[in-house]
Ligand binder design. Structure first.
Ligand SMILES: C[S@@+](CC[C@H](N)C(=O)[O-])C[C@H]1O[C@@H](n2cnc3c(N)ncnc32)[C@H](O)[C@@H]1O
Length: 215
């Protein structure tokens, strides 16, 4: 297993047991506290949208979730690049003997009919990867029966009205898939607009914020 793990690049840092930890570029463990990640998911159904290597899906399973669906598309569908071939998730899934369900599906196709309903939906690092953030939030709202955990890039925090900064081309992080930096008020109001009743800011570090939104 060691050779398999260390022969490829990883996004998430996942403890696979037997002393093997995936060498991810993401500080995945440190994020758990920032996310206000529940200690227990016992008996709950969880959907992880944009799951990538699956760290948060596997962690929800480890914390007792009855059903976890890991959904992604972009980073699981480009076999020419090992960062986006989706095999990281498969290797971790196999090493952990996980029962997390893998669904290759875009946010645009998520609905109660395609994936079902979930007590918890994770929407971590995905909101700004679309020209249509409200449309994405409507999708995740439609499959969330209890709590959405949302982590996002933010910008324009000095403005006291709901607003978003638009990044043309690859002007944010040299990545053309980054479109928007909403401010705190904008994230809060968009979450209310799509139907969430309670919205709380859970953490703020640099240009990242975490919100919990409740039905
Ligand atoms: C910045 S990574 C975040 C990964 C993980 N959620 C985390 O926070 O560590 C963004 C992820 O969202 C996925 N993603 C972006 N747009 C998507 C879309 N339209 N449908 C499904 N997944 C998408 C990417 O493939 C990638 O895995």
């Amino acid at each position: 297993m060691k050779r398999l793990v260390f022969s490829r690049p990883w996004f998430h840092t996942i403890d696979l047991g037997h002393g093997v930890i995936t060498p991810g570029i993401d500080q995945s463990w440190a994020k758990l506290q920032l996310l206000g990640f529940p200690r227990s998911f016992v008996g709950k159904a969880v959907l992880d949208v944009g799951a990538y290597d699956g760290f948060f899906s596997f962690e929800a399973e480890r914390r007792g979730a009855a059903r976890v669906v890991a959904a992604d598309d972009f980073c699981w569908s480009r076999p020419a690049d090992p960062m986006t071939d989706g095999r990281g998730f498969d290797i971790a899934h196999w090493a952990l003997q996980s029962h997390v369900e893998k669904r290759r599906i875009t946010v645009e196709d998520i609905s109660p009919d395609t994936v079902g309903m979930f007590d918890y939906v994770f929407f971590l690092g995905v909101l700004y990867h679309t020209p249509d953030p409200l449309g994405y939030l409507r999708r995740v709202y439609s499959v969330c029966s209890k709590t959405l955990i949302l982590e996002t890039h933010v910008d324009g925090l000095e403005y006291d009205r709901p607003m978003m900064v638009f990044y043309p081309g690859a002007t944010l992080g040299d990545d053309p898939s980054n479109f928007w930096g909403p401010n705190r008020l904008c994230v809060t109001e968009m979450l209310r607009e799509v139907g969430f009743r309670g919205v709380e800011l859970v953490s703020h570090q640099g240009s990242r914020m975490v919100f919990h939104a409740h039905r």
